[in-house]
Design a protein around this ligand. Structure first.
Ligand SMILES: *[C@@H]1O[C@H](CO)[C@@H](O)[C@H](O)[C@H]1NC(C)=O
Ligand SMILES: *[C@@H]1O[C@H](CO)[C@@H](O)[C@H](O)[C@H]1NC(C)=O
Length: 150
């Protein structure tokens, strides 16, 4: 291959991979009812902004920043004495969904199960949400957030 061909190949491969990163699909739902059968959505600025607003409602220190890359997230917050708070969706890839502190209103007693991940549909409906969460005052955090664009 001459250098021109190599350059074109690199550009095509580059475009392909950018598209793959930008076209991430995540399961999306807003409460325990809809999260039993979440729909799969294409990540967009708006869907990530919506998840960002959710995080800001229940957690402190959630940033204002946005990004052109996305990740999937899944969050279940069970405050003592109130209903489950559940959310799945897209989030900007410069966020760490699982590492923000719960707002003081809930922070005395709660259980949390949270996940952030970077492949299509990696945040599916939980098979047995609830039974996994046996220990009060325990935060279970798994975060596989990869910073594609820091
Ligand atoms: C993101 O959500 C916030 C809160 O609802 C809203 O004020 C803001 O306009 C949204 N940003 C965009 C660009 O839609
Ligand atoms: C986020 O944006 C709002 C309004 O644009 C601003 O008042 C607030 O200070 C910002 N928060 C952070 C953490 O940057």
């Amino acid at each position: 291959m001459n250098s021109k061909k190599i350059l074109i190949t690199l550009v095509v491969v580059g475009l392909c991979c950018l598209t793959v990163v930008n076209s991430l699909k995540c399961f999306s739902c807003i409460d325990s009812k809809t999260c039993k059968k979440p729909s799969k959505v294409q990540c967009t600025y708006d869907s990530a902004n919506s998840t960002r607003n959710y995080l800001d409602l229940y957690y402190t220190g959630v940033p204002n920043t946005t990004s052109i890359g996305f990740l999937c997230m899944s969050d279940l917050l069970k405050p003592a004495g109130s209903g489950d708070i559940m959310r799945k969706g897209c989030i900007f890839n410069n966020y760490q969904s699982c590492f923000y502190n719960v707002r003081p209103y809930f922070s005395q007693s709660y259980q949390r199960s949270c996940k952030q991940c970077n492949t299509d549909g990696c945040n599916p409906a939980d098979r047995a949400s609830g039974s996994l969460l046996a220990v009060t005052f325990t935060v279970m955090v798994t975060a596989f957030g990869k910073r594609v664009w820091p």
